[in-house]
Design a protein around this ligand. Structure first.
Ligand code: 5RP
Length: 233
Protein backbone atom coordinates (compact mmCIF):
# COMPACT_ATOMS: atom_id res chain seq x y z
CA UNK A 1 0.00 0.00 0.00
CA UNK A 2 1.22 3.52 -0.66
CA UNK A 3 0.81 6.27 1.95
CA UNK A 4 -2.45 7.53 0.48
CA UNK A 5 -3.98 4.05 0.57
CA UNK A 6 -2.84 3.62 4.18
CA UNK A 7 -4.60 6.89 5.10
CA UNK A 8 -7.88 5.85 3.47
CA UNK A 9 -7.81 2.38 5.04
CA UNK A 10 -6.97 3.70 8.52
CA UNK A 11 -9.65 6.39 8.47
CA UNK A 12 -12.33 3.95 7.36
CA UNK A 13 -11.36 1.26 9.86
CA UNK A 14 -11.42 3.73 12.76
CA UNK A 15 -14.94 4.83 11.81
CA UNK A 16 -16.13 1.24 11.56
CA UNK A 17 -14.61 0.38 14.94
CA UNK A 18 -15.75 3.42 16.91
CA UNK A 19 -18.58 5.45 15.39
CA UNK A 20 -22.15 4.64 16.41
CA UNK A 21 -25.46 6.25 15.49
CA UNK A 22 -26.48 9.17 17.68
CA UNK A 23 -22.92 10.14 18.61
CA UNK A 24 -21.69 13.68 19.12
CA UNK A 25 -18.43 13.61 17.17
CA UNK A 26 -15.37 15.83 16.92
CA UNK A 27 -13.92 15.66 13.43
CA UNK A 28 -10.21 16.27 12.91
CA UNK A 29 -8.23 18.01 10.21
CA UNK A 30 -5.70 16.76 7.66
CA UNK A 31 -5.21 14.34 4.81
CA UNK A 32 -5.89 11.28 7.01
CA UNK A 33 -8.74 12.61 9.16
CA UNK A 34 -10.59 13.72 6.02
CA UNK A 35 -11.18 10.04 5.20
CA UNK A 36 -12.94 9.70 8.55
CA UNK A 37 -15.33 12.48 7.54
CA UNK A 38 -15.90 11.04 4.08
CA UNK A 39 -16.58 7.55 5.41
CA UNK A 40 -19.05 8.88 7.97
CA UNK A 41 -20.71 10.82 5.14
CA UNK A 42 -21.02 7.75 2.97
CA UNK A 43 -22.37 5.57 5.82
CA UNK A 44 -24.98 8.26 6.56
CA UNK A 45 -25.97 8.34 2.88
CA UNK A 46 -26.32 4.55 2.82
CA UNK A 47 -28.47 4.69 5.98
CA UNK A 48 -25.95 2.61 7.94
CA UNK A 49 -25.45 5.48 10.41
CA UNK A 50 -28.01 7.95 11.73
CA UNK A 51 -28.25 11.06 13.86
CA UNK A 52 -24.59 12.07 13.90
CA UNK A 53 -23.86 15.51 15.38
CA UNK A 54 -20.52 16.73 14.04
CA UNK A 55 -18.19 19.39 15.43
CA UNK A 56 -15.42 20.15 12.89
CA UNK A 57 -11.96 21.32 13.99
CA UNK A 58 -11.35 23.61 10.98
CA UNK A 59 -12.77 24.74 7.65
CA UNK A 60 -11.47 21.57 5.97
CA UNK A 61 -13.75 19.09 7.80
CA UNK A 62 -16.49 21.74 7.97
CA UNK A 63 -16.60 21.97 4.17
CA UNK A 64 -16.44 18.17 3.87
CA UNK A 65 -19.42 17.91 6.26
CA UNK A 66 -21.33 20.42 4.13
CA UNK A 67 -20.55 18.41 1.00
CA UNK A 68 -21.58 15.10 2.58
CA UNK A 69 -24.65 16.49 4.37
CA UNK A 70 -23.28 15.70 7.83
CA UNK A 71 -25.17 17.80 10.43
CA UNK A 72 -22.86 20.54 11.72
CA UNK A 73 -22.64 22.00 15.20
CA UNK A 74 -20.10 23.85 17.33
CA UNK A 75 -18.98 22.94 20.83
CA UNK A 76 -21.19 25.81 22.00
CA UNK A 77 -24.35 24.51 20.30
CA UNK A 78 -27.14 23.67 22.75
CA UNK A 79 -27.30 20.12 21.36
CA UNK A 80 -23.57 19.60 22.07
CA UNK A 81 -23.32 21.43 25.40
CA UNK A 82 -19.50 21.48 25.37
CA UNK A 83 -18.97 17.71 25.48
CA UNK A 84 -18.47 15.12 22.77
CA UNK A 85 -18.69 11.33 22.78
CA UNK A 86 -15.69 10.83 20.54
CA UNK A 87 -13.14 12.75 18.46
CA UNK A 88 -11.13 11.18 15.68
CA UNK A 89 -8.15 13.15 14.36
CA UNK A 90 -4.81 12.72 12.61
CA UNK A 91 -1.35 13.48 14.01
CA UNK A 92 2.10 14.47 12.79
CA UNK A 93 3.96 12.26 15.25
CA UNK A 94 2.95 9.66 17.84
CA UNK A 95 5.34 8.24 20.47
CA UNK A 96 5.28 5.06 22.54
CA UNK A 97 3.05 6.67 25.22
CA UNK A 98 0.50 7.64 22.53
CA UNK A 99 1.48 11.26 23.09
CA UNK A 100 1.14 13.24 19.87
CA UNK A 101 2.38 16.27 18.02
CA UNK A 102 -0.37 17.92 16.02
CA UNK A 103 -0.86 21.11 14.05
CA UNK A 104 0.88 20.40 10.77
CA UNK A 105 -2.37 21.49 9.15
CA UNK A 106 -2.45 24.64 11.26
CA UNK A 107 -5.59 23.68 13.17
CA UNK A 108 -4.07 22.77 16.55
CA UNK A 109 -6.03 25.28 18.63
CA UNK A 110 -9.53 24.02 17.86
CA UNK A 111 -8.19 20.47 17.58
CA UNK A 112 -7.05 20.66 21.17
CA UNK A 113 -10.21 22.33 22.48
CA UNK A 114 -12.34 19.68 20.77
CA UNK A 115 -10.09 16.76 21.81
CA UNK A 116 -10.06 17.79 25.46
CA UNK A 117 -13.85 18.08 25.44
CA UNK A 118 -14.24 14.47 24.24
CA UNK A 119 -15.06 11.42 26.30
CA UNK A 120 -13.05 9.25 23.91
CA UNK A 121 -10.22 10.19 21.57
CA UNK A 122 -8.77 8.32 18.62
CA UNK A 123 -5.85 9.12 16.33
CA UNK A 124 -5.51 7.85 12.77
CA UNK A 125 -2.02 7.72 11.28
CA UNK A 126 0.06 5.76 8.85
CA UNK A 127 3.19 4.04 10.05
CA UNK A 128 5.49 6.92 9.01
CA UNK A 129 4.16 8.97 11.96
CA UNK A 130 5.41 6.65 14.70
CA UNK A 131 8.53 7.98 16.46
CA UNK A 132 10.58 7.26 19.56
CA UNK A 133 10.84 10.94 20.63
CA UNK A 134 8.46 13.76 19.74
CA UNK A 135 9.67 17.08 18.40
CA UNK A 136 12.97 16.02 16.88
CA UNK A 137 11.91 15.28 13.31
CA UNK A 138 8.56 17.00 12.74
CA UNK A 139 8.39 20.51 14.19
CA UNK A 140 5.99 21.27 17.03
CA UNK A 141 3.70 24.15 16.06
CA UNK A 142 2.66 26.92 18.40
CA UNK A 143 -0.24 29.25 17.73
CA UNK A 144 0.95 32.72 18.76
CA UNK A 145 -0.64 36.16 18.86
CA UNK A 146 1.06 38.13 16.03
CA UNK A 147 2.25 40.90 18.36
CA UNK A 148 4.29 38.34 20.35
CA UNK A 149 6.29 37.02 17.39
CA UNK A 150 9.69 38.33 18.51
CA UNK A 151 9.24 37.96 22.28
CA UNK A 152 7.88 34.41 21.97
CA UNK A 153 10.67 33.48 19.53
CA UNK A 154 13.26 34.69 22.03
CA UNK A 155 11.65 32.75 24.90
CA UNK A 156 11.52 29.58 22.80
CA UNK A 157 15.15 29.93 21.73
CA UNK A 158 16.14 30.27 25.38
CA UNK A 159 14.41 26.89 25.95
CA UNK A 160 16.75 25.42 23.33
CA UNK A 161 14.36 25.28 20.38
CA UNK A 162 15.03 26.29 16.80
CA UNK A 163 12.11 28.51 15.75
CA UNK A 164 10.65 29.09 12.31
CA UNK A 165 7.75 31.37 11.42
CA UNK A 166 5.42 29.33 9.21
CA UNK A 167 5.22 31.01 5.81
CA UNK A 168 2.15 30.77 3.61
CA UNK A 169 2.19 29.10 0.21
CA UNK A 170 0.52 31.06 -2.60
CA UNK A 171 0.25 34.14 -0.34
CA UNK A 172 3.08 36.42 0.67
CA UNK A 173 3.84 36.46 4.39
CA UNK A 174 3.00 34.16 7.27
CA UNK A 175 0.20 31.64 7.63
CA UNK A 176 -2.64 33.27 9.54
CA UNK A 177 -4.68 30.70 11.42
CA UNK A 178 -8.44 30.47 11.42
CA UNK A 179 -8.27 32.35 14.74
CA UNK A 180 -6.17 35.24 13.41
CA UNK A 181 -2.82 34.16 14.83
CA UNK A 182 0.60 33.15 13.46
CA UNK A 183 2.32 29.77 13.78
CA UNK A 184 5.83 29.27 15.10
CA UNK A 185 7.24 25.82 14.27
CA UNK A 186 9.83 24.72 16.81
CA UNK A 187 12.27 21.84 16.73
CA UNK A 188 14.55 20.39 19.38
CA UNK A 189 17.88 18.65 18.95
CA UNK A 190 17.66 16.55 22.12
CA UNK A 191 14.73 14.51 23.49
CA UNK A 192 12.26 16.59 25.53
CA UNK A 193 9.50 15.89 28.07
CA UNK A 194 6.33 16.47 26.01
CA UNK A 195 3.94 16.47 29.00
CA UNK A 196 5.95 19.14 30.83
CA UNK A 197 6.43 21.20 27.68
CA UNK A 198 2.72 21.11 26.85
CA UNK A 199 2.16 23.08 30.05
CA UNK A 200 5.32 25.20 30.04
CA UNK A 201 5.05 26.49 26.45
CA UNK A 202 1.63 27.96 27.16
CA UNK A 203 3.12 30.08 29.95
CA UNK A 204 5.05 32.17 27.40
CA UNK A 205 3.08 35.41 26.95
CA UNK A 206 1.33 35.43 23.58
CA UNK A 207 1.40 31.66 23.08
CA UNK A 208 -2.22 30.65 22.68
CA UNK A 209 -1.65 26.89 22.38
CA UNK A 210 1.00 24.37 21.42
CA UNK A 211 0.96 21.18 19.41
CA UNK A 212 1.90 18.68 22.14
CA UNK A 213 -1.16 16.54 22.97
CA UNK A 214 -0.33 14.56 26.11
CA UNK A 215 -3.31 14.86 28.45
CA UNK A 216 -5.35 12.16 26.68
CA UNK A 217 -4.29 8.62 25.93
CA UNK A 218 -5.91 8.12 22.53
CA UNK A 219 -6.59 4.84 20.86
CA UNK A 220 -4.13 5.00 17.94
CA UNK A 221 -5.01 3.37 14.62
CA UNK A 222 -1.82 2.77 12.63
CA UNK A 223 -2.07 1.80 8.96
CA UNK A 224 0.86 -0.21 7.66
CA UNK A 225 2.23 -0.53 4.15
CA UNK A 226 1.59 -4.29 4.16
CA UNK A 227 -2.14 -3.49 4.43
CA UNK A 228 -2.50 -4.37 8.12
CA UNK A 229 -3.86 -2.15 10.86
CA UNK A 230 -2.42 -1.92 14.36
CA UNK A 231 -4.62 -0.54 17.15
CA UNK A 232 -2.64 0.74 20.13
CA UNK A 233 -4.46 1.58 23.37
C1 5RP B 1 -3.78 19.48 11.53
C2 5RP B 1 -3.25 18.27 12.18
C3 5RP B 1 -3.26 17.03 11.38
O1 5RP B 1 -4.05 16.08 12.02
C4 5RP B 1 -1.86 16.53 11.23
O2 5RP B 1 -1.09 17.57 10.64
C5 5RP B 1 -1.78 15.28 10.38
O3 5RP B 1 -2.19 15.57 9.08
P1 5RP B 1 -2.03 14.52 7.90
O4 5RP B 1 -2.95 13.38 8.21
O5 5RP B 1 -2.42 15.31 6.67
O6 5RP B 1 -0.59 14.09 7.87
O7 5RP B 1 -2.83 18.25 13.32
O8 5RP B 1 -3.59 20.63 12.32
Amino acid sequence: MDQQEMKVMTGKRAVEALVKSGMKLGLGTGSTAIHVVRHIGSLLKEGLLQDILAVPTSFQPLIACEEWGIPLYTLNSKEIGGTLDLTIDGADEVDGDNYCVKGGGGALLLEKIVAYASGAYAIVVDETKIVRNLGLRFPVPLEVVPEARITATGALERLGAAVLLREAVRKAGPVITEHGNILLDIRFTNPVDPAALEQDLNRIPGVVENGFFTRLRPKVFIGRSDGTLEIRD
